[in-house]
Design a protein around this ligand. Structure first.
Ligand code: MN
Length: 259
């Protein structure tokens, strides 16, 4: 008799379960969000060589690095937002580790984003996806596939104009639907943040941050390789760094997909 874990380990070894990297490479050129000048700003990723097999360390290579918690492919914890700040289990070090493994539903709107950089995913779009693929299960991630990750390391990633960033995200009604009606674990996207670039100007600003974190839900942003995931059936592994009262962290997001 083989146990579930033995079967799983064998499936990984034999390639029947593929491991897909949903993360971009962290580097100095990794885009970080720019806030209006009156606010504090996140630092870009910085790497500083300590030694590289030289007089500073003849047999070892290593670096110091620094960055904001919300840099590159990263995890948003509930305490990131004012609506989620008091959850005792809402920081990177206090979230139950069980929650870092969860199934994913992938909603592909990449064709519509080609026509509209400010495309907003609506509840009707989510319901149309469900009519085809089944109801989003409680505890699942919902990932918005837009093709935006192909813009990484270009100006088109932040896509900033006079009035701020222009990138796709959820319509204001979607986070409430996903949190309250579907009890998802979180919402994930390819652009720099989970909310659309223009979400600061919505009647209810930053609805994804406001509502998801207010309901102790998570976020993932700057995801890559969503085109390699099936609409249902993938399992995500998303542990952020265990920063004390961290509001998030860069994350090596992995997806397991059966072949
Ligand atoms: Mn973030």
């Amino acid at each position: 008799m083989t146990t579930i874990l033995q079967q799983f380990a064998q499936a990984i070894t034999q390639g029947n379960v593929e491991v897909i990297d949903l993360s971009h490479t962290l580097q100095a050129r990794t885009s970080v969000i720019n806030l209006p000048p009156q606010y504090g700003q996140t630092a870009p990723f910085r790497l500083e060589e300590i030694s590289n097999f030289d007089q500073r360390g003849p047999n070892w290579y290593w670096n110091n690095f620094s960055c904001g918690e919300h840099t590159g492919t990263h995890f948003d914890a509930p305490v990131h937002w004012i609506t989620g700040k008091d959850y005792p289990d809402g920081a990177t070090d206090t979230i139950s580790v069980q929650k870092f493994i969860a199934p994913a539903c992938v909603i592909d709107v990449s064709d519509r984003v080609k026509e509209n950089e400010d495309f907003l995913l609506t509840v009707a779009d989510v319901e149309a996806w469900e009519a085809k693929h089944g109801r989003i299960p409680a505890g699942a991630w919902v990932l918005m596939r837009t093709g935006w990750s192909t813009r990484a390391l270009t100006d088109g990633f932040l896509n900033e104009r006079e009035d701020g960033g222009h990138s796709p995200g959820p319509h204001a009604d979607v986070p409430e639907f996903l949190a309250m009606e579907r009890d998802v674990i979180g919402f994930g996207t390819e652009p720099v943040g989970t909310d659309a670039g223009q979400a600061y100007a919505f009647a209810k600003p930053f609805p994804c941050h406001h509502t998801m974190h207010g309901n102790n839900k998570f976020g993932l942003s700057s995801l890559a390789n969503l085109d390699r995931l099936p609409p249902t059936g993938a399992v995500l592994i998303t542990p952020p760094l265990k920063i004390k009262r961290g509001s998030g962290s860069p994350c090596r997001v992995l997806a397991l997909v059966e072949r």
